[in-house]
Design a protein. Structure first.
Length: 134
């Protein structure tokens, strides 16, 4: 993911090119990695509407591949993007799913981030008690 340091638009162009080249070269794992990074670029560009669509497609592939680390981060990122769009109900669903995957793989940092974002989602839903517990 070195392309992120290039700059927002530069990174997006870099990952779009990487995805295109990996598809041409039949390198499926690199294609998927670039797809996830493209979703992150759109999130950084405040285009969460596009990021959500990309994350949803990427998530389907990760479920099929049973890649738990990628499922954990993609669910978290999808939850964050949905929260940015004020779709709190679905954001809550994906953040909770991210926490479950993070518990399976033992990633306490991801658990903390997802719980923090989940707290903000509960606040967005008007549930201050649950929001403050997270």
């Amino acid at each position: 993911d070195r392309g992120i340091v290039v700059g927002k638009n530069g990174a997006l162009e870099l990952f779009l090119s990487a995805r295109k080249m990996s598809k041409i070269n039949n390198c499926y794992s690199e294609f998927l990695r670039a797809t996830g990074a493209i979703g992150s670029c759109y999130h950084c560009l405040f285009r969460d509407d596009i990021a959500v669509k990309i994350y949803e497609k990427y998530l389907l592939e990760m479920r099929r591949e049973k890649k738990y680390l990628s499922l954990m981060t993609t669910c978290r990122d999808l939850g964050i993007a949905l929260s940015s769009l004020r779709d709190y109900k679905n954001a809550k669903k994906y953040l909770k799913e991210s926490i479950r995957y993070a518990e399976v793989v033992g990633d306490n940092w991801c658990i903390g981030i997802a719980k923090q974002k989940l707290g903000l989602v509960f606040l967005g839903l008007g549930d201050c008690d649950k929001g403050l517990k997270n």
